[in-house]
Design a protein around this ligand. Structure first.
Ligand code: GCU
Length: 407
């Protein structure tokens, strides 16, 4: 489909709950051939791989896995960061055996520690130097579409409200982050920049219809960050939570689904292509997201523009792929674009898979009132009052939830 073909199928945008069409969700516990999943063994060895392959080939696209040449270099280490509360390291994660292509991982670990620590890992939007007011963080090189965005990058601490580093350190958590643009710049250039060309076969010039888009590339980058964290003795790699906001929340969910090394997954306001059910067609739709962000998903996903019922999966099954590991879904009351109810219901409909493992999930037909988190099961959820953002309130809930599993 050309872009105009996609646009022609695009239905009018719906913000009216009464106009959400009737839909039937695929059952996570029924195999494509109709057999029921009887137990956790059947889930792990048959249904989970089947669902994963469908998400891979139809939505996010296949990524290359861990390249043989991946290697790391600790570029700096400073034990006196954040008023001596933390140790800061910057690590080059080289994607192949050359040292030309890499991402820079910024890591803080609390100095007050007796053992290896649990860590929150997430990508950032604007550069490593924007996450807090630490003058010694190396500024990331901005990678935006030529002519768009500030030409000289963002000021230090520009995104500090989204990254409560001190609060995490005080609670015994480390924080690891990477600038998304180090992995793949967030604009459509036909996949010439970013990591994709490093893995083209001879003669290949762009990913095949079932191969990775930008979100899968970001998720792949999160796994490469995990490859490093496994080698760092200050970090307990068995206790890494992967987190993301909005488009980076979509990437965090996909990373958590693919890579079972992540012990806990947090989606904040991830919306369409993230936690929100596609079949609700509420606010952002498959057609719209593929038209405005044609590089995010694999080309096969464009087939479902205006035809969500034909999807072999829906986003509750993305949540289910994380089971039995804990997952937290956060929405914001005024963030209608991300479909609050659709994000909540994805958690509810993933619950049977958690129950198969003997755990509780998320329950109800309507999201809870604003600022009343649900944390009794392994699927945590809240609606924060306010708009599309990730705030200290959100992080406080994530820490509280993580304390139940990672402490
Ligand atoms: C756009 C996009 C969303 C995305 C958001 C963000 O609004 O339509 O799907 O989540 O950007 O990343 O902030």
């Amino acid at each position: 489909l050309g872009v105009s073909g996609v646009r022609a199928q695009e239905p009018a945008m719906n913000y009216d709950e009464s106009r959400v069409p009737a839909y039937t969700l695929p059952d996570p516990l029924t195999m494509s051939d109709g057999r029921r999943v009887a137990d956790t063994e059947g889930w792990m060895s048959e249904r989970r791989p089947e669902l994963l392959a469908l998400f891979e080939s139809q939505i996010y696209g296949k990524a290359p896995g861990r390249p043989e040449g991946v290697h790391f270099e600790v570029l700096s280490e400073d034990r006196y960061a954040l008023s001596n509360m933390a140790t800061r390291k910057e690590i080059a994660v080289y994607f192949t055996d050359d040292e030309e292509h890499f991402m820079t991982l910024l890591l803080y670990v609390p100095n007050k520690r007796t053992d290896a620590v649990p860590v929150f890992l997430g990508l950032n939007f604007k550069g490593n130097h924007t996450i807090c007011d630490d003058p010694l963080v190396t500024p990331s090189t901005l990678r935006t579409e030529p002519g768009k965005g500030p030409s000289e990058g963002f000021p230090r601490a520009a995104a500090a409200s989204r990254w409560p580093v001190e609060m995490l350190i005080a609670n015994g958590y480390g924080l690891a982050t990477v600038y998304r643009g180090d992995i793949d710049p967030d604009y459509d250039d036909g996949f010439q920049n970013g990591v994709h060309p490093l893995f083209y076969r001879d003669g290949q010039t762009r990913p095949a219809p079932d191969e990775w888009g930008t979100i899968a590339a970001w998720a792949w980058g999160l796994s490469r960050a995990m490859d490093y964290l496994e080698t760092d003795e200050d970090v307990d790699a068995g206790r890494v939570a992967v987190i993301g906001h909005s488009r980076l929340g979509k990437a965090a969910l996909w990373a958590g689904a693919v890579d079972t090394r992540f012990a806990l997954v947090v989606s904040n306001d991830s919306g369409c292509g993230g936690a929100a059910l596609a079949r609700r067609r509420y606010a952002e739709t498959v057609a719209r997201i593929n038209r405005l962000f044609p590089h995010w998903f694999c080309d096969n996903y464009k087939r479902y523009a205006g035809d969500e019922d034909a999807l072999p999966v829906d986003q509750h099954e993305l949540i289910a792929l994380i089971a039995p590991r804990p997952v937290y879904i956060a929405s914001a009351a005024e963030d209608k674009w991300a479909d609050v109810k659709g994000e909540f219901l994805a958690g509810v409909h993933a619950t049977p898979v958690y129950e198969l493992f003997g755990s509780e999930g998320l329950y109800g037909t309507e999201p809870p009132p604003a600022d009343e988190p649900c944390m009794s099961g392994r699927i945590g959820y809240h609606v924060r009052s306010g708009g599309h953002d990730i705030t200290l309130y959100d992080w406080r809930q994530f820490v509280k939830f993580a304390d139940n599993y990672l402490k």
